[in-house]
Design a protein around this ligand. Structure first.
Ligand SMILES: *Cc1c(COP(=O)(O)O)cnc(C)c1O
Length: 373
């Protein structure tokens, strides 16, 4: 039986990629803000409807650069329900993450809990728009203003997501993106930073290039966060496909809903009305009323050559590094724990076939009947 993986990178036609790569070959400019890099930035600004963007070599360095550019100190409030890079970037910058719980009926950090953290040493919040579902920005913005905190959105999942017609990459002081091969839009590896603040943008552009100023002097401890021309070539070759990618994902997403909507104990993702979603993931929650636990269902899938992903599991706070990190304060994170223990992201990519989706859903259906009758 053919294996069905949780995702598969979308690729342009080879000739389309080659067209751009050839430009780099012929100019012999392979990195350092080359032609493709410049062109890719321009097209992204257009496509995403944002003020500006800085391309970065991956989403993790993008987070680190965001923290550095805002000159954050002390502690940062964030969520344990994310990919490890969110919290690692905080530690890597020498700051301390404070983990708070996610919302009762969702996947994102609960803004109401921010005010319970009285610590005076907090400089920022890093919320994550998990699966591309937007956080409660209104509330986060209000609290951030009241307490004079900066906000960096980890928007690694959010390529193309809009609320009331506006890109959510405009939210916060900074939003970061990931263009990793497993993300909805990719450049093999890659990332980007969006900020409306011209000064912050200029600082990021310096920091991603070792801290060099235009006069050749270095006054800040920059890193090498540059995107190269081979990455930019992939981005340019994929931009024309992004609408098709999202449309195809939407069709497949809706097919899943069709097949799975009435199964007791299986909870599906709901998309708020004002959100123009990008259909980046298809998470399901295995809850009370379903005969198997999440792990039992996961094993059942594997027996059938289907490989969904426990995403996110474990919680960041359950990785040894964080468990053993005795400076990290512990707050109640019971919602996050519940979700991490019950979530599975099902296979979803632009050209997964209807048949394959049916095969995935059949596993769930058969198991649900078998045990109940
Ligand atoms: C993928 C991801 C990152 C890291 O991005 P990379 O490009 O892989 O470094 C950060 N945060 C979240 C939520 C992610 O999913």
């Amino acid at each position: 039986m053919k294996k069905i993986f949780v995702t598969k990178p979308f690729l342009p036609k080879w000739e389309e990629y080659q067209h751009y790569l050839k430009i780099a070959f012929e100019s012999q400019i392979l990195t350092n803000n080359g032609y493709l890099h410049q062109e890719f930035e321009k097209q992204l600004i257009n496509k995403l409807n944002i003020n500006n963007i800085s391309l970065i070599n991956n989403g993790t360095i993008a987070l680190e650069l965001a923290i550095q550019a805002l000159e954050l100190r002390g502690k940062i409030i964030t969520t344990p329900y994310s990919f490890i890079a969110t919290a690692n970037s905080i530690l890597l910058r020498g700051l301390e993450p404070i983990f708070i719980d996610i919302e009762d009926n969702g996947f994102n950090l609960d803004p109401d809990l921010i005010d319970e953290i009285k610590d005076q040493d907090i400089s920022a919040i890093i919320p994550v728009n998990v699966y591309g579902i937007p956080c409660n920005n209104k509330k986060i913005k209000q609290i951030a203003q009241e307490r004079e905190l900066r906000v960096i959105y980890d928007s690694a999942h959010c390529f193309g997501v809009k609320v009331n017609g506006e890109s959510i990459l405009n939210w916060g002081d900074i939003s970061t993106l990931s263009f990793h091969a497993t993300k909805i839009f990719h450049t093999f590896e890659g990332g980007a930073i969006a900020t409306a603040d011209e000064n912050v943008k200029n600082k990021i552009d310096q920091l991603r290039n070792f801290g060099f100023q235009s006069d050749g002097d270095v006054i800040a401890m920059g890193t090498n966060g540059k995107m190269n021309e081979a990455q930019a070539a992939m981005g340019l070759a994929l931009i024309p496909y992004i609408d098709e990618i999202i449309t195809k994902r939407k069709q497949r997403f809706n097919l899943y809903i069709e097949y799975l909507k009435n199964i007791p104990g299986i909870k599906l993702l709901s998309i708020p009305d004002d959100v123009e979603y990008n259909y980046a993931y298809f998470p399901i929650l295995i809850q009370q009323g379903f005969p198997l636990t999440r792990d039992e269902l996961f094993n059942k899938f594997q027996e059938n050559n289907i490989y969904p992903r426990k995403y996110f599991y474990p919680l960041i706070t359950n990785f040894s590094l964080y468990k053993n990190y005795n400076i990290i304060s512990k707050h109640k994170i019971t919602n996050a724990q519940k979700i991490a223990d019950s979530v599975l992201c099902l296979p979803l990519y632009p050209d997964i076939t209807e048949n394959d989706i049916y095969r995935v859903c059949k596993v769930i259906k058969i198991v649900s009947y078998y045990k109940r009758y």
